[in-house]
Design a protein around this ligand. Structure first.
Ligand code: ADP
Length: 546
């Protein structure tokens, strides 16, 4: 059934009906002042099942048009107030209803019909029906316009949807293009601003694109570089390396990093570090190069300094060895004539002592003393040379046992001097050569007992401190002490701070101690001040017992 209603009051507007209805049904405006005619038409087109809106005057019809859209207007010509034509003229003035079909209905006499019809057509009427209206004709005509309206509306909606889809597509394309553009701008900025040398080159061997760092590093303009084969500027000695890398790239595998020299505009060479990736589909190489000249020069300098240093070390080692061999042979060969001097001086005293006066005997005794001292010196020199030349095998040594042995050897000297010796045990084990270690300790202990002021009883304290890898053995005495400026030199051969009359000795003992420590992978040192005693220490690698 068609629904029909009169024009809604202004406040109701065109909100009536559910959305489904509004979608399926179209509005037809029926304008007539007479209720009987309205009923007649309404009855005829009710079968079409559309929304019939009734207006009882031209004014009311205009009001309806304010709120609703209509597929068709059926309008009586004769109406009080605005007649049908006047109403149609006003309707046509509104753009929205320019083309809304209007069918005039009238019961006018035949002679007026033609004039009416032409007026109606001037106003854009699509038809003109005389009363009494033939129901079939009216129904057919109305349904044609309803269908037309529906089709037009459908086309309009499809066009709108199409436009929306197009707009959506365009928006998407625009945003994609924008994104691409932005990414490209960023990439370009990266390319332009990079301090490294970036370039794109073709498989033909020519640069296609370069950033400004090339000009800064090499001095050529971009154009100059683009017009030369890039291998042309490589150092002749580096071309082979580069050629094999480029060949690898051509076959599609990425290169390893490699370094070559590259000719600059001022004819100097700069070192460049290269990495490149091929893009075979486009026949392009993406090149990344870095100026590494400073690093290469620094490396070169270090290498040459190292070579010089190594040469110097070899020379020095040779000189040392030669010196040590020389010292050893001298010391060894010197002892034979010395022993002869000593032997003959003793024989002189024994066999001819009675025939010599006191001076003669004293001279002979002096020869013996000097020869003895010289023999002591030579013996010490020999032991120093042996320490330098001979192989010293180290192993785990019980420090406590080595110290006991050394103390035993020093016992007569200690007893004579009434010395007090305190050892703080336990002492850790060390890597050393036992015999050499004992000699070292004997020497340090005997110096501690020897270098005390007259009348002072020596007092020695011995203890160790152990680190993870080291053991430091200290021997503290209450002796005359040593000024700090002599701390280094007393470890050198023949360096003595006192005369033999004051404190006897050869001046080789500490040199032996130092050499022995060095040969066993350790070191020695002293902490001392004049009159405040000395603390000699020896550091040796520690043995960890599991
Ligand atoms: P020597 O004991 O035969 O003189 P060293 O090489 O053992 O030779 O010692 C060198 C010098 O270092 C000594 O002459 C002495 O002046 C000084 N010296 C060594 N040990 C001590 C010590 N414990 N106290 C003070 N001076 C020392």
């Amino acid at each position: 059934m068609a629904s029909s209603h009169t024009a809604p009051p202004d406040d109701q507007r065109n909100g009536g009906g559910d959305p489904q209805n509004r979608e399926d049904k179209v509005n037809i405006l029926l304008v007539d002042d007479r209720a009987d005619k309205l009923l007649a038409v309404e009855t005829v087109i009710a079968d079409l099942g559309q929304n019939l809106v009734i207006a009882r005057s031209g004014e009311e019809a205009l009001r309806c048009l304010l709120h609703q859209d209509f597929a068709l207007i059926l309008m009586d010509v004769h109406m009080p107030g605005l007649d049908g034509f006047e109403t149609a003229a006003l309707i046509r003035q509104r753009k929205k209803f320019e083309h809304t079909p209007i069918i005039f209905l009238t019961a006018t006499s035949t002679h007026e019909t033609e004039a009416y019809a032409s007026r109606g057509y001037c106003l854009g009427a699509v038809d003109y029906l005389l009363a009494p209206v033939l129901p079939d004709v009216l129904r057919t005509k109305v349904s044609v316009f309803v269908e037309l309206f529906k089709k037009t509306d459908q086309i309009k909606r499809q066009a709108e949807r199409l436009r929306e889809i197009e707009a959506e597509k365009f928006k998407r394309q625009l945003s994609e293009t924008n994104g691409r553009l932005e990414a490209e701008t960023k990439r370009n900025r990266f390319f332009l601003l990079s301090i490294d040398l970036l370039a794109i080159a073709g498989f033909d061997g020519y640069f296609k694109q370069l950033n400004s760092s090339w000009e800064k590093a090499l001095g050529y303009s971009e154009e100059e570089l683009k017009t030369r084969l890039f291998v042309e500027l490589l150092h002749p000695l580096d071309r082979e390396t580069a050629a094999s890398e480029i060949e690898k790239l051509r076959t599609g595998s990425a290169t390893h990093y490699f370094e070559t020299r590259y000719l600059c505009r001022d004819q100097s060479y700069r070192w460049l570090g290269w990495t490149a990736a091929p893009f075979p589909e486009e026949g392009l190489l993406y090149i990344f190069a870095r100026d590494i000249t400073e690093r290469r020069l620094a490396e070169e300098k270090i290498r040459s300094l190292n070579e010089q240093l190594e040469k110097r070390v070899v020379e020095l080692t040779e000189t040392n060895r030669a010196m040590e061999t020389f010292t050893y042979s001298i010391a060894h060969d010197l002892r034979a004539p010395l022993r002869a001097m000593l032997g003959f001086a003793r024989a002189l005293l024994e066999d001819y002592g009675g025939k010599m006066d006191a001076s003669g005997q004293e001279f002979a005794n002096r020869i013996i003393d000097s020869a003895k001292r010289m023999d002591d010196l030579i013996q010490d020199l020999l032991s120093y040379s042996r320490l330098s030349l001979e192989e010293i095998k180290v192993g785990a040594v019980k420090l406590e046992a080595a110290l006991d042995e050394a103390l035993k050897q020093c016992e007569p000297q200690a007893r004579e001097k009434e010395a007090e010796i305190r050892v703080e045990t336990p002492l850790p084990d060390v890597w050393a050569h036992k015999g050499v270690l004992v000699q070292m300790l004997v020497h340090l202990l005997s110096n501690g007992l020897k270098f005390v002021a007259t009348g002072v009883k020596p007092c020695l304290r011995i203890w160790t401190e152990a680190g993870d890898a080291w053991v430091r053995l200290s021997i503290q005495d209450n002796g005359i002490g040593i000024a700090s400026e002599h701390h280094q030199r007393i470890f050198r051969v023949f360096e003595r701070l006192h005369s033999t009359e004051q404190y006897p000795g050869t001046g080789i003992g500490l040199a032996n101690v130092s050499k022995a420590a060095e040969r066993m992978g350790g070191r020695v040192g002293v902490e001392s001040q004049p009159q405040r005693g000395s603390r000699f220490w020896v550091e040796l690698p520690r043995v960890h017992r599991s």
